[in-house]
Design a protein around this ligand. Structure first.
Ligand SMILES: [Zn+2]
Length: 264
């Protein structure tokens, strides 16, 4: 049992560090290069795809795509599996993760981009979490004052635009391919879940060659695309990202026809 000190020996102190909530996905890898955080924090929360996600993140460190010394993996800390919905949404997830990140630094980066639609990834959420942390970490008997900045600097940047900025900053597109963000949880990305399709759209729009077999099934043929296409054509699905999605569909169809006619 922990020794209890009614009169505490010391106070919590400022960490003066920046923390990126890291998932091992393409956005995470690009944010690491662009934002240069002090800490990459990965906290598996009990999803069915995280065994492979954890393995892929360790691989990124082993391959020096990310700095392993900055990586903190908090296994067996938060289990949100009982709250995972059938669409894999986990309500409150980002709030738990921001609270966890607050133990490591005062600047907390969330890896959201334009087109992410949840209310736990928007500007109101960041501001509310920042206010909550600032309140809880006010100067008091057990802690000195810690002032937080909860932010997502690329919230207005689409995934396609993010790749352009990442490449301009010296990032390698191969490292994007080495990242993993499939919901299925198998070593090969499925190609048809939303993270797979959004990744494919950003890669196609940036003319990044995706090797054959990288996705098990062709992302631009995912069956759910038909259902959201009418909304996309009006720019009402994910706003600015919709035009990129449609551009990727065109490019994919053109390439497929060209391959057919060349007999390859
Ligand atoms: Zn997938």
């Amino acid at each position: 049992m922990k020794e209890l000190n009614v009169i505490t020996k010391g106070k919590e102190t400022r960490k003066d560090k920046s923390v990126l909530l890291f998932s091992g996905g393409m956005d995470s890898v690009m944010f690491d290069l662009l934002l240069k955080p002090d800490v990459l924090l990965y906290a598996p929360t009990g999803s069915n795809y995280e065994t492979i996600e954890t393995a892929k993140i360790k691989q990124l460190a082993d391959d020096n795509i990310i700095d392993g010394d900055k990586l903190i993996i908090m296994e067996d800390t938060i289990n949100l599996a009982p709250f995972e919905r059938d669409d894999l949404i986990v309500p409150n997830r980002n709030a738990y993760l921001v609270l966890l990140a607050s133990h490591f630094g005062e600047t907390i980066y969330l890896g959201s981009v334009y087109g992410d639609r949840s209310f736990d990834k928007d500007k109101t959420f960041y501001q509310l979490m920042e206010n909550l942390l600032n309140h809880m970490w006010s100067e008091q008997h057990w802690t000195e004052e810690r002032k937080f900045n909860v932010t997502s600097p690329y919230k207005d940047t689409t995934k396609t635009e993010l790749i352009k900025q990442y490449v301009a900053a010296g990032g390698k597109t191969q490292h994007i391919l080495d990242s993993y963000s499939c919901y299925r949880g198998e070593p090969i990305a499925c190609g048809h879940c939303k993270p797979c399709v959004r990744k494919a759209v950003a890669l196609i729009c940036n003319d990044v060659h995706v090797p054959k077999g990288y996705f098990e099934l062709p992302p631009m043929e995912a069956p759910w695309i038909d259902a959201v296409l009418p909304a996309m054509q009006c720019g009402e699905y994910r706003g600015r990202e919709d035009a990129e999605f449609i551009e990727a569909l065109w490019k994919y169809t053109d390439d497929k026809h060209a391959a057919l006619h060349s007999g390859s």
